[in-house]
Design a protein around this ligand. Structure first.
Ligand code: ADE
Length: 421
């Protein structure tokens, strides 16, 4: 590899490649797109700076973009989510420059984003909007090269829509998260399973009979609550939105304010996208031994400085990814994964089968952006519904599931208004 890169250990590449190939088996939709991209080269010569969680699934997306002719570099979208063996394989086997080291500090994290931006991207690919934000704040001289961008996650889309509303966004961005084949599956089933996976890998606790408090009942919260219940936990949901709170209630969960839930919860998971959802006054009433973690994009949902202030001395690392705080009144509170996304910090993120659809959307969004950029304004777009439908169709086909089609009679019935009772 002649271009610069910054990874933990190139000697991990062989193991990384095996795991990337393993994930590929579970990504049939992305594989089909890769085959077409190899033939048609829709991204020929296009410089892409991607800022995503460096996982086996992301590696398969990078290979797909590369097959489409793109010139790709990759940096991490979170300091703790990088799989170092995958980074090594991408550099060694795919010749893709990667800037990502698991556990990197904040300064290194941002230096890696800078390195990815030095690639002078024509297309940005974000998970959390850090590349777009950095470009607009500190690297405006590079804006001239950018045709457009894509964004993976809810938090990033919220940031980008705020930028567009401010008139600050300087190029169009496709919100991959808007696609139904993304948020209905990745956010719900992906986050649901991988969050439980992260908690269990970090702690090895039994969930059956425990009280799990889920903060936020968006797509991610719904998934986490459903899977925690499936493991035998009693689930409490906290919400600020009356509609979502009502939905949680009718889905069968207890609903109450966090201050009440804080007194009875054994395990707390935040998935709101907002700041200080678990705050000082919540820590003050938690039970001895409480476990607290986050599954939202940024590590702002748990007020860690407040926990530090309530505690004596530095936290003790009692297991990998488990920091135990001792409060001044003698309770132990366990923080998982430094308050970062627990599913990627302590586990491997969403399984490949669900990332198959998310990253099919990413690959097709990149292609769509290049084809349509001249017609698009400087705002946030969703992919057309037909793309969503096609991804769902391909996924079902790959899973060997057949569905019905409308008869002519049924089609006509749905398209008339005369016939009623
Ligand atoms: N986000 C959540 N899970 C992920 C995964 N496995 N790969 C990339 N991004 C993710």
């Amino acid at each position: 590899m002649t271009q610069p890169f910054d990874i933990a250990d190139p000697s991990l590449a062989t193991g990384g490649k095996l795991r990337i190939d393993w994930a590929e088996q579970e990504m049939p939709v992305l594989r089909q797109i890769r085959e077409r991209f190899s033939r048609e080269k829709p991204l020929k010569g296009v410089r892409i700076s991607a800022c995503l969680h460096v996982t086996t699934e992301t590696a398969n997306l990078m290979a797909t973009l590369q097959a489409g002719g793109a010139d790709v570099v990759l940096c991490a979208s979170n300091p703790l989510s990088t799989q170092d063996d995958v980074a090594a394989s991408l550099v060694t086997h795919y010749e893709i420059p990667v800037y990502a080291i698991k556990g990197e500090d904040k300064a290194t994290y941002f230096s890696h984003i800078e390195a990815a931006l030095n690639h002078k991207p024509q297309l940005t690919m974000d998970d959390g909007a850090d590349v777009v934000s950095e470009l607009h704040k500190n690297r405006r001289e590079l804006l001239q090269y950018v045709i457009g961008g894509t964004e993976e996650t809810t938090t990033g889309v919220i940031r980008l829509r705020a930028m567009a509303a401010d008139g600050a966004l300087m190029f169009p961005v496709i919100a991959v998260n808007d696609s139904s084949t993304k948020h209905m599956f990745d956010n719900r089933y992906g986050t649901g399973q991988s969050t439980i996976d992260g908690i269990v890998r970090a702690t090895n606790i039994l969930l059956a009979g425990r009280v799990v408090v889920v903060a936020g009942y968006g797509w991610c919260g719904r998934g986490i609550a459903a899977r925690a219940r499936g493991m035998g936990a009693q689930v409490i949901v906290t919400e600020v939105d009356p509609l979502k709170a009502l939905e949680a209630l009718m889905d069968g969960y207890a609903v109450m304010p966090m201050l009440e839930a804080a007194k009875v919860g054994d395990i707390f998971v935040t998935a709101t996208g907002d700041i200080n959802v678990i705050d000082r006054h919540h820590f003050e009433v938690m039970k001895d031994g409480a476990i607290v973690c986050n599954s939202g994009h940024f590590n702002v949902e748990i007020n860690i400085p407040a926990l530090e202030q309530l505690s004596v001395g530095a936290p003790k690392l009692v297991r990998p990814f488990v920091q135990q705080y001792l409060t001044k009144d003698g309770r132990k509170i366990n923080l998982l994964g430094e308050g970062r996304l627990i599913n990627l910090a302590a586990a491997e993120g969403h399984p490949a089968s669900v990332m198959d659809m998310s990253f099919a959307n990413q690959a097709l969004a990149a292609e769509y952006m290049l084809r349509n950029a001249d017609k698009l304004e400087k705002r946030v777009y969703s992919l057309p519904a037909e793309v969503d439908q096609e991804i769902a169709r391909l996924k079902l086909e790959a899973m060997g599931v057949h569905i019905d089609t409308l008869t002519e009679e049924q089609f006509n019935y749905l398209n008339q208004w005369q016939e009623g009772t």
